[in-house]
Design a protein around this ligand. Structure first.
Ligand code: NOJ
Length: 520
């Protein structure tokens, strides 16, 4: 495997910088705040950080609308602050990756402003334009017209404010389209490589890549996008062989084949829902009342969803890619409701036992270690339903939950007003807290090479009739029983109990329990 060595024992902590820790009292988290909390993050067992975009932006999509790749958004600090953060991270033996948004920029990016002009210039083909303000692409690509002096509509990636950069079309169907081999597409790729190089030279350890599957258009099997990544990785990985890239793609058979090191196992709906979906995301809720409409996930104790739903989907992808890189399980991210919205703390402990003992490089979202809630909040910066998972980190019971010494009315988002014991200060010294559960699971990974990222997963027992599920990673056995029934089992070797949730002996597991055993 050509993945960087440091990923073998990496555990990532995702930080939504707006909401982590504010040191300059403006109500918004900042880079210095992250630096101050590094020891806390390390004490959890996380040795790598992923920061959501920190670049200059009008923040119509929380920073996923970059208006200058080479400047830090002033609200987070300066380039020097980033450099100091990188240094502080490395001094602690940790790693840091930034969020690369290669598919689109903000419509306020100077390249787009130039590209929107009627007169031809060097940026005219950096974005994707049709040849008339009255014609949209004939293949259903979303495009916006009537907003610019240029006579054309521009293709967008997400919101209207996010025009797509031009990586070309795999199959050309209209005269204004460029091929992926065109100079125009190559220029875009080279420009993005330059952005990567700029931060890697500063010591950043890699990137999480936004919408990694979407570069090339008319690209049904994503072949063109894969080729584009191969081109970029050939350059950047030869210059920075230890840099790590994680894709927001959720198709490891594609992403890991074209050079990514990791791919997120996101909640994607293909083939009636992917494996992660069946595990803990097969649910829905009323956006007004917040009432749960249904939950049919494997980890919901009352359901009859069997683990086979997950395995049928995961195993194929795992087997196809296990020599190429890692499938990353995650507790949540800034786009999904936190698990606390659907599950009791007990159920979440079980889910964490599973997610954090699987192969691949795991990611935990800030605040998930203390069970922060998914809040009912008005939208902020294009968050909509996602806003509820982006509230300020809950450090303690001081003003603004210790997130900021600024004025309450200036906070980026309000702090949860039901803190209960969901703060770091409440949990850090309590051996029975969720935080310490997370710590123990992470410690187990760090202490045992065979429980780190290495792809050594083996199914021992799975059935269409029982929820009982047993898997093995070398000398460790994992017995998972998120059901209402007691189950009996026989493990193939003599073992001793190591850790778990609920109750189990070496041949019996109680309802709603998870047990980890080690060969004697
Ligand atoms: C995925 C990001 O995670 C999400 O937050 C963003 O809105 C879209 N990509 C568009 O960049």
């Amino acid at each position: 495997m050509k993945t960087p060595k440091w990923l073998e024992d990496a555990i990532f902590y995702e930080i939504y910088p707006q909401s982590y820790y504010d040191t300059n009292k403006d109500g918004i988290g900042d880079l210095n705040g992250i630096k101050e909390k590094l020891d806390y993050i390390k004490s959890l067992g996380c040795n790598a950080l992923w920061l959501n975009p920190i670049f200059k932006s009008p923040f119509k999509d929380a920073g996923y609308d970059v208006s200058d790749y080479y400047q830090i958004a002033p609200r987070y600090g300066t380039m020097e602050d980033l450099e100091q953060l990188i240094q502080a991270v490395h001094e602690r033996g940790m790693h840091i990756i930034l969020d690369l948004v290669p598919c689109h920029t903000s419509d306020e990016h100077p390249w787009f402003k130039e590209s929107s002009k009627a007169e031809k210039n060097q940026y005219s083909s950096r974005y994707i334009w049709t040849n008339s303000a009255f014609s949209k692409p004939n293949n259903g690509l979303p495009a916006v017209g009537g907003m610019t002096p240029r006579n054309g509509t521009y293709v967008i990636s997400y919101f209207h404010s996010q025009p797509s950069l031009n990586y070309g079309f795999l199959n050309i169907s209209e005269p204004w389209q460029h091929s992926i081999d065109s100079k125009e597409a190559k220029d875009t790729r080279d420009m993005m490589v330059e952005v990567m190089r700029f931060y890697l030279k500063k010591g950043v350890d890699g990137f999480r890549v936004d919408m990694a599957a979407c570069l090339v258009k008319n690209d049904n099997n994503e072949e063109g996008t894969m080729k584009s990544w191969e081109y970029m990785f050939n350059i950047i990985k030869s210059e920075f062989p230890e840099s790590a890239f994680v894709a927001e793609w959720a198709q490891p058979t594609r992403s890991l084949k074209c050079g990514f090191d990791m791919d997120f196992y996101l909640d994607h709906g293909w083939d009636g829902g992917n494996g992660y979906h069946h595990l803990c995301r097969d649910n829905d809720w009323d956006r007004e009342t917040f009432e749960i409409k249904f939950d049919n996930s494997y980890f919901k104790v009352e359901t009859n969803k069997m683990i086979s739903k997950f395995l049928n989907e995961y195993l194929y992808r795992y087997n196809e890619t296990k020599d190429l890189g890692y499938i990353s399980f995650l507790s949540c991210n800034h786009d999904m409701p936190r698990l606390t919205h659907f599950y009791s703390e007990h159920e979440i402990r079980l889910i964490y036992c599973f997610l954090f003992t699987m192969p691949g490089v795991p990611f935990i979202y800030y605040g998930d270690e203390i069970g922060m809630s998914y809040l009912h909040l008005p939208t902020k910066e294009g968050g909509y339903d996602r806003t509820g998972s982006r509230s300020p980190m809950q450090w303690d019971h001081s003003e603004n939950a210790g997130f900021s010494k600024g004025r309450k009315e200036d906070l980026y988002l309000p702090v949860d007003d039901n803190l209960n014991n969901k703060t770091v200060v409440d949990q850090i010294d309590d051996p029975n807290s969720l935080l310490n559960h997370v710590r123990r699971l992470f410690k187990l990974r760090h202490d045992n090479k065979c429980l780190q990222s290495v792809n050594n997963f083996k199914v021992i027992y799975a059935s269409e009739h029982k929820k009982l599920f047993i898997y093995q990673r070398e000398e460790f056995y994992f017995v998972c029983n998120p059901s209402l029934y007691e189950e009996h089992f026989i493990l193939p070797e003599e073992v001793e109990y190591v850790y778990g949730v609920g109750e189990a002996t070496i041949d019996c597991i109680k309802p709603s329990s998870f047990a980890i055993f080690k060969r004697k």
